[in-house]
Write a protein that binds this ligand. Structure first.
Ligand code: TRP
Length: 321
């Protein structure tokens, strides 16, 4: 059954841990909301639309790399993997790999639980012979895989440069947890966005149609539902820009006027121009990306890139412990 507006409206309130995390971020001197809350059902759909935008080069650049080097990728990975998709969303990227990789099992994990379950229900009809499981969980701080997930040849699939949404230290810790969650026959297929000119990056994260702005602003409505906050999206504006010194795109929401916001258990005033930081998207140099994997217990076997060197798609194998 597709996720309807009704199911979204009925979505459960935050758990105490989620409520505490959100409240702490809103009350912090430099307010922030974790980017994982961008992905409620509507946010997941808005992100699908972002991936179709001419300005948002990562999705199509990565797809072109995968299409061009599909045979090499298949050879590097080998058949029969347990393909574990981290942040699977609509599962389209993994589905494009099925005819090449012939995975033994496909495990789609996403914080947007209903969204990924719907996607798997549709995908299972197209690929009836692949064993599939959808898991609605937040894998960003710990990864507890249930027993249904095979332990043989675990291949983590982390496309779209989502790794860039962690700080480099967090990214290393995250990749180390992936290494710990597979045996010596494990591996990783990861997409990492590379450093490029600021104008290209600025446009990719602040498109002319305002889809990225809607996507960013929608986080406020999600927070309203989760902790009973009273954000008015009309009082806020999207800011997305490349911070060259930090090698990252920053996404913020900026208050357009003096205002106050309250939520279950707290409140805060914002003055005009004050911002809530919603996301970073770190851009790497290729050598640093490979180094990050090495520091995490993986060894890159192949780095595939596009002709402009805008994006890297990397296969890495687990280094035996
Ligand atoms: N993982 C995506 C990225 O860093 C997410 C993203 C794209 C995003 N555009 C955004 C997040 C705008 C917040 C706002 O490229």
């Amino acid at each position: 059954m597709p996720t309807s507006r009704l199911t979204e409206a009925r979505q459960r309130l935050a758990t105490p841990a989620v409520a505490a995390e959100l409240a702490a971020g809103l009350a912090a001197r430099e307010a922030f909301i974790s980017p994982k809350y961008l992905y409620d059902a509507l946010g997941s759909r808005l992100f699908e639309a972002i991936c179709e935008l001419p300005e948002y080069y990562p999705t199509r650049t990565e797809a072109a790399i995968v299409a061009r080097y599909s045979a090499e990728i298949a050879r590097a990975v080998g058949p029969g993997a347990t393909l574990i998709d981290l942040g699977a969303g609509n599962c389209a990227k993994a589905a494009a790999l099925f005819p090449l990789l012939h995975p033994a099992q496909y495990v789609a994990i996403d914080i947007a639980a209903d969204f990924v379950r719907d996607a798997i229900a549709r995908l299972q009809q197209r690929f009836p012979h692949i064993e599939m499981t959808a898991l609605g969980l937040d894998f960003s701080s710990k990864l507890d895989l249930p027993d249904v997930v095979r332990t043989e040849k675990r291949l983590f699939f982390y496309p779209g440069s989502s790794i860039g949404n962690f700080t480099p230290d967090e990214a290393r810790a995250f990749l180390q947890r992936l290494r710990a969650a597979c045996d010596d026959d494990g591996g990783l297929l990861i997409g990492i966005d590379l450093v490029k000119d600021a104008a290209t990056l600025d446009a990719a994260y602040d498109d002319d149609l305002g889809i990225t702005a809607a996507f960013n602003l929608n986080i406020l409505r999600h927070v309203n539902r989760l902790i009973g906050a009273d954000f008015d999206v009309l009082q806020w504006e999207h800011r997305g820009f490349y911070n060259e010194g930090e090698s990252r795109v920053e996404m913020h929401l900026e208050a357009m006027e003096d205002l106050s916001v309250s939520w279950h258990g707290g409140a805060r005033d914002f003055s005009a121009g004050q911002r809530i930081h919603t996301e970073n998207s770190y851009k790497y140099r290729q050598s640093l990306a490979v180094g990050l994997l090495e520091q995490s217990g993986f060894a890159a076997t192949h780095v595939w890139t596009d002709p402009d060197n805008w994006f890297a798609f990397i296969h890495a194998r687990a280094v035996p412990r």
